[in-house]
Design a protein around this ligand. Structure first.
Ligand code: ADP
Length: 257
């Protein structure tokens, strides 16, 4: 799209000529559309849990609260949706922090081994609840990655969180790390439900989910992988995924060494 702006040049009443300024506004238009879509998406995503909370509260107020069993179930749903809402706001703040302050990303030496070993503590209860095994495989004397410790940890947490969410009971999760050239390569592999090939190109977009209903039941925000992608990019790394439906998925992150 070209936008043309013409200014006449006059000497008193006499036309001397004109200056035409042409600007290609295709990119500006595209960014405007991306921003508009994002605002619309956010509003919709925030409204969904709120509508549910409001519905259950109204039902409780109009009498359901007198039935102890029913009110307990409703309160649990309200609690679940409120947590989801709060996670979503947290994730949105994380995303905008990455976008607005990439220059604030530290370039420090990060011990990935320590982060990975902490994962088994962070996820202990959820792993036990689903009878999932977490196998950790770290190369001996793994050199540090260069990046921001907190964001590197957030990336790992988001990937393992997904592996836990999308792997049925008694499955296996494996986290491994090794060096290769200028990179530290980390893999998070699971024996979960897998991702259809056609969804993979859009997987790292904000709010993109393969199965909206399943993500919602799992308490997902649809923002975890967008955070992974942006944080890894801010640390000059890369993230990719290979998956087979019904077999499992492997997310690979290349961090700078
Ligand atoms: P969500 O909060 O929905 O998990 P994410 O951005 O973390 O959002 O992931 C986007 C979507 O990618 C998920 O809704 C799910 O469909 C799919 N996905 C992510 N990780 C996995 C995985 N390990 N196995 C299967 N599907 C996954």
């Amino acid at each position: 799209i070209l936008r043309v702006h013409i200014t006449p040049l006059k000497d008193g009443d006499k036309m001397m000529g004109a200056v035409a300024v042409m600007r290609d506004i295709t990119e500006i238009r595209r960014l405007e559309r991306v921003r508009r879509d994002f605002v619309a998406n956010v509003s919709h995503e925030l409204k969904t849990p709120l509508t549910s909370i409001k519905g259950f509260v109204e039902t409780l107020l109009s009498g359901a609260k007198n039935d102890e069993k029913v009110s307990r179930r409703f309160l649990e749903i309200i609690d679940f949706e409120a947590t989801r809402l709060s996670n979503m706001i947290e994730d949105l703040l994380n995303l905008s922090e990455i976008e607005n302050s990439q220059e604030n990303f530290k370039k420090e030496k990060v011990d990935l081994k320590e982060i990975i070993e902490r994962l088994s503590i962070i996820f202990k209860n959820r792993l036990t609840a689903k009878n999932l095994s977490l196998d950790i495989n770290i190369q001996d004397e793994l050199p540090p990655l260069i990046g921001d410790r907190l964001w590197a940890e957030q990336v790992m947490i988001n990937l393992v969180d997904n592996a836990v969410k999308y792997t049925p009971d008694s499955g296996k999760i494996r986290v491994s790390a090794k060096e290769a050239g200028d990179y530290i390569i980390v893999e998070v592999e699971d024996t979960g439900i897998g991702i259809p090939e056609e969804d993979i190109p859009r997987l790292f977009e904000r709010f993109y989910r393969v199965d909206k209903a399943r993500s919602r039941v799992m308490g997902g925000t649809g923002l975890g992988l967008a955070i992974v992608k942006h944080a890894v990019k801010a640390m000059d790394g890369e993230v990719s995924v290979k998956s087979q439906v019904g077999k499992g998925s492997t997310f690979t992150v290349k961090f700078k060494k």
